[in-house]
Design a protein around this ligand. Sequence first.
Ligand SMILES: CCCCCCCC/C=C\CCCCCCCC(=O)SCCNC(=O)CCNC(=O)[C@H](O)C(C)(C)COP(=O)(O)OP(=O)(O)OC[C@H]1O[C@@H](n2cnc3c(N)ncnc32)[C@H](O)[C@@H]1OP(=O)(O)O
Length: 229
Amino acid sequence: MTATEPATGTDLLDAVADLGAALRQSLEASTSTTASAAQLREAAAGIRAATAPLAALPRPYDKLPAVDDMARAVRVFNPVVGVGSGVAVPLDLRPDPAGGGVVARAALGQRYEGPPTFLHGGISALLMDQVLGHAAIAANRWGMTVGLDVRYRRPVPLHVTVRLAGRVAAIDGRRTTVVGTIAADDAPDVALVEATAVFVSPSPEVAARYFAGVRTASGEQVSGRVGTG
Ligand SMILES: CCCCCCCC/C=C\CCCCCCCC(=O)SCCNC(=O)CCNC(=O)[C@H](O)C(C)(C)COP(=O)(O)OP(=O)(O)OC[C@H]1O[C@@H](n2cnc3c(N)ncnc32)[C@H](O)[C@@H]1OP(=O)(O)O
């Protein structure tokens, strides 16, 4: 069982993951196709037709999806790790066997392009925020990001397997400092991106104020207890 893998293989979860994969294929194809204007319009019409029945059955945004598992920090529509998200990679974060922290490998596609043939820097920051956040959670230190420092040493190539890693560097009260890198998988010691994030666990009063209205699919209030256990 991994940090980001959903708890159970239900039919709904399988379907959510299947739609997520189709959405990602669609986004990738739309950013890398040479199709004609007529072909693009036909695709747009088909996608709109497929979307309408989903949009007719909305879920309130303060009600968590039935497929989420907050106790294990599994969020199925998370924009980085969520298997149901069209914009997610999705990253498959696992405990780092080299000791401490978490690690994932992925090849990033053209839908994440910034400079031609390279990853968008904002996407690197997004990925690092999530990876470092999971490293904090893996150390039982869930918190909200209060600071994220990203150093872009070299551009991250698209379509090449990269290694994304994070580990807790310091703990101070409710503050957790986490460091991490993005590197080519075949040169893991040469950081292309270096990041440091500070996560702060909200005080109980603040957590209650922020999340009091949030309910799980079965109607339970969401507690501040988030972990990977
Ligand atoms: C019931 C909850 C369930 C949730 C379940 C989640 C499951 C997750 C699963 C999977 C995802 C995992 C991965 C996610 C990755 C992405 C994370 C994000 O995108 S987070 C969104 C962006 N971040 C914000 O919107 C924060 C905005 N900031 C705030 O709301 C507040 O600053 C908050 C709540 C974080 C802290 O507020 P205070 O009132 O509780 O605490 P104060 O007293 O201000 O600070 C506490 C300590 O932290 C230090 N601190 C505060 N800000 C700091 C900063 N910028 N740098 C350094 N230290 C700072 C302070 O100096 C203080 O330290 P001293 O106790 O005095 O030593």
